[in-house]
Design a protein around this ligand. Structure first.
Ligand code: BDR
Ligand code: CA
Length: 322
């Protein structure tokens, strides 16, 4: 059965990989991209969302969201990873802003969830500011959403603890207060963090093959990923990149690719571990317990990376034929 999703995103090179994956898969109905600051400024991120829509003739709506975090000072665009405007060496010319929905992203999310109760999966692959604003404005969305799938966080599984700091992942570090409110809301959250996204790897060869076999989408992803791969090569000594945002879409398509662990999740809001994510998995009673009243959420701790890479390649190659 087709699944309706909204991707909340900061496009972003691996965001583009995730968006085209969702657009390409026949089981997914991509209703909208709601944009958020993060990899790029909000203006550039929204422009990139419109660029993909036009280039690949997509039907999704675009609604622009938050330009800064709720409380902490902004970290600023991740130019070193995603380039000056978010798509590496590719600078999309200015798109027609009339094509952007008139509502702010959080209101767009509320309206869509209300119109389709129990049907829509929110897939958040950027800072969680829009989702937090939606929760504040309409707490009832927790009853209307089907599930919330998040790329973010790191729990130390498989040795993965952080990418922007030793103990924080970028999306959560960008707005820890928003993330904590999303994880502690009473709705079903599945967290696809570095624990699994850094266990899957798009090698340079894999992306070359996509360029050859997956039509325009393959060529585009190869082109935008040049800058990303330069970062991985220069800073991490790797010939390829981790599979961050596409892993969240992969979960929606085939949850069996992942092993999940249950327990309430909180976020460190400031100090040297700002943005660190922690899941309580034991039942011990403590005198002070900030996890005690938080609902249990699911954290991905293992992934079948071979099957995930096959799913991604197959989906894009088939899309390339259409
Ligand atoms: C996450 O941060 C962003 O740079 C990527 O797009 C991804 O969502 C990885 O930590
Ligand atoms: Ca992202």
């Amino acid at each position: 059965m087709t699944q309706k999703i909204i991707i909340d995103t900061d496009p972003g090179i691996d965001d583009a990989m995730a968006i085209l994956f969702a657009e390409a898969h026949p089981d997914i109905e991509l209703l909208a991209l709601t944009t958020v600051f993060g990899n790029a400024t909000i203006e550039n991120g929204t422009n990139n969302a419109l660029y993909l829509k036009q280039k690949f003739n997509c039907n999704y709506d675009v609604a622009q969201g938050a330009d800064k975090p709720l409380t902490r000072p902004p970290v600023g665009p991740t130019v070193i990873v995603h380039g000056e405007t978010g798509f590496g060496h590719l600078h999309a010319g200015p798109m027609d802003l009339d094509k952007v929905d008139a509502r702010p992203a959080y209101q767009y999310i509320i309206d869509q969830l209300k119109a389709h109760p129990g049907e829509i999966t929110l897939v958040a692959v950027g800072p969680l500011t829009n989702l937090s604003l939606a929760l504040q404005a309409e707490p009832q969305i927790t009853q209307w959403v089907k599930q919330v799938v998040i790329m973010g966080g790191a729990f130390g599984e498989n040795g993965h603890r952080g990418n922007v700091t030793p103990f924080a992942e970028a999306n959560i570090h960008d707005d820890p207060h928003a993330a904590d409110s999303v994880f502690t809301a009473d709705w079903p959250v599945i967290i696809i963090g570095l624990d699994v996204t850094e266990e899957s790897f798009f090698s340079a060869d894999y992306l070359e093959q996509l360029k050859d076999d997956a039509g325009e989408a393959g060529r585009f992803l190869h082109e935008v990923s040049r800058y990303y791969l330069e970062f991985y090569s220069d800073k991490l000594g790797l010939a390829g990149c981790h599979v961050h945002d596409p892993s969240a879409v992969a979960y929606v398509i085939n949850p069996a690719l992942f092993t999940l662990r249950n327990g309430p999740v909180r976020v460190v809001l400031d100090g040297c571990a700002e943005g660190m994510t922690l899941q309580k998995t034991d039942t011990r009673l403590h005198g002070h317990d900030e996890w005690e009243h938080a609902p249990k959420q699911q954290v991905a701790i293992q992934v079948n990376d071979t099957a995930l890479l096959e799913l991604y390649r197959h989906t894009l190659v088939e899309y390339g034929k259409s």
